[in-house]
Design a protein around this ligand. Structure first.
Ligand SMILES: Cc1cc2nc3c(=O)[nH]c(=O)nc-3n(C[C@H](O)[C@H](O)[C@H](O)COP(=O)(O)OP(=O)(O)OC[C@H]3O[C@@H](n4cnc5c(N)ncnc54)[C@H](O)[C@@H]3O)c2cc1C
Length: 458
């Protein structure tokens, strides 16, 4: 695929949600597009995802009579992160995500009204779940450029941009340079690169080898490094989404059972245990040693069940107790000593919790009544909980609201655009809402594709 003149108008490096959207829109602008992906198929983490898309003012909301608009979405998004975000980039994300969802609907992705929900800590239903999950979003996008002017090359990892005449003019490959009028970097995040986690996401790196990443194995931060090599600035630091886990098995559990009682090393509860996954890791980070223990008793173990938690059944728990992944002791005091929690405080915590269970009201953290199960019957159990699941990373190339990659002087790097997890600046300490990551990838993929095509002369 090497050449000496311009081989394509636009090269898209990485064909997940962001790259596929960019390619579709660039082709619609009349550009000849090349999509290069390291994997043997397109889709990236997008196709592995749950497929929730965060958007306001959509036809799906209107079907349910929900009045909503992007201005309110923007206000919520900024407030929940104390405005420590790239405001203009987030502003566009919020204003364009509704139209982008309509575009996905027009491409055949189904977002059923019945699956709309309040995602994250948001109070308005903006989480649109794609029927068929993320794979259906990727498939619809891939299908949308079939027959158009888009070439796809798979199994090809790009690691270097071509710079000529003071602008990004293509990519370097093992076969030589491939030239284009503009390049879009949409290579996803760096969850599968421990060195980059240590450099840019210390909260994840702190978990050491116990942390595991659940996205595409090609999320190695190549796009970020390619950008840096041509002078790009980085936005956001220590950003991404960590999920809490006991680490029994390396499976995704977005919620652990609500009947667990989390206590920190001081022996105190510190949160409604069924709080949204989008903020729990951040709450745990503030606790001593950044960890806690999930406490329960034999009565709960013997009857354990919880939605979407296949490992929390009586037999599975028995197995983890025998394998010592769950600590067990005949009294709470012995359990506290065993795991290194302050015993006197734990006794008070459980006393208060049990009294609340009897009264049917959590007067400390206001957890829903249905989860209140007293901790009385020995033996007692404690499972360590840590934020060890790396879901996605949110530190990346700094872009402006036109998806142009910026250098440290805030100037555009001519010919270079980026979208999705490869970019940074739109995520804070609190993940505003499940669905904002795919929303970001596809929304900015469209912006990047359109502007790259225009920059290339279309
Ligand atoms: C299990 C799971 C569930 C999730 N659920 C949701 C959800 O419901 N809602 C939500 O908003 N977010 C969710 N996320 C996060 C979300 O899926 C991603 O953040 C988003 O899809 C990223 O899109 P992207 O286009 O930036 O990257 P990706 O979809 O990861 O695409 C990147 C592509 O680049 C390719 N690539 C990488 N390096 C190179 C290279 N050097 N050369 C060529 N190609 C390369 C990869 O192979 C990949 O195809 C989830 C993530 C996971 C893992």
């Amino acid at each position: 695929m090497a050449g000496s003149e311009r081989d394509f108008d636009v090269i898209v490096v990485g064909g997940g949600g962001g790259g596929l959207a960019a390619a579709t829109v660039a082709a619609a602008e009349g550009a000849r597009v090349l999509v290069v992906d390291a994997d043997k198929k397109l889709g990236g983490s997008t196709s592995l995802s749950t497929g929730v898309f965060y958007a306001a003012g959509t036809s799906v909301q209107r079907m349910l009579g929900i009045e909503d608009n992007p201005a309110d979405q923007y206000r919520y998004y900024m407030n929940v992160n104390q405005h420590k975000l790239e405001a203009s980039v987030v502003h566009r994300l919020c204003h364009d995500s509704g139209p982008t969802l309509e575009w996905l609907l027009s491409l055949g992705v189904e977002f059923k009204p019945g699956d709309l929900y309040c995602s994250g800590v948001d109070g308005i239903p903006r989480g649109h779940m794609a029927a068929g999950h993320g794979a259906s979003i990727a498939a619809a996008l891939e299908g949308s450029f079939t027959g158009k002017t888009v070439d796809v090359v798979l199994n090809t990892r790009v690691q270097e941009l071509l710079v000529e005449g003071g602008r990004v003019a293509g990519i370097q490959t093992a076969d030589g340079p491939v030239r284009a009028g503009a390049v879009v970097i949409s290579t996803g995040g760096f969850g599968n690169n421990r060195r980059m986690l240590a450099e840019l996401y210390p909260d994840a790196a702190r978990q050491g080898d116990a942390a595991w990443y659940i996205g595409s194995k090609h999320s190695k931060g190549d796009g970020l490094n390619m950008g840096r090599a041509v002078g790009a600035d980085i936005a956001g630091y220590n950003r991404g989404l960590l999920l809490l886990t006991t680490g029994f098995v390396q499976e995704l559990e977005s919620h652990l059972p609500g009947w667990l009682v989390y206590v920190n090393r001081e022996g105190r509860r510190f949160v409604d245990e069924y709080t949204e996954y989008s903020v729990l890791a951040e709450v745990l980070r503030e606790q001593l040693a950044g960890e806690c223990f999930a406490i329960f008793d034999e009565a709960t173990r013997a009857t354990a069940k919880a939605p979407n938690c296949p490992n929390w059944t009586p037999d599975r728990l028995d197995h983890f107790i025998k394998s010592k992944q769950i600590n067990s002791a005949p009294t709470l005091a012995e359990l506290a000593d065993l795991v290194g929690v302050r015993a006197e405080t734990l006794a008070t915590t459980i006393e208060n919790y049990n009294a609340d269970c009897d009264a049917g009201q959590d007067t400390w953290f206001f957890k829903e009544k249905k989860w209140l199960q007293a901790v009385r019957k020995p033996p007692f159990f404690a499972a360590p909980i840590r934020p060890q699941v790396v879901c996605w990373t949110g530190t990346g190339l700094r872009i402006d609201r036109e998806a142009r990659v910026l250098n440290k002087a805030d100037r555009h790097i001519a010919g270079l655009f980026a979208a999705g997890e490869a970019t940074g600046g739109m995520f804070g300490e609190c993940y505003a809402a499940g669905g904002a990551s795919i929303g970001n990838a596809v929304t900015y993929g469209r912006v990047a594709g359109r502007n790259a095509a225009r920059f290339a002369g279309h």
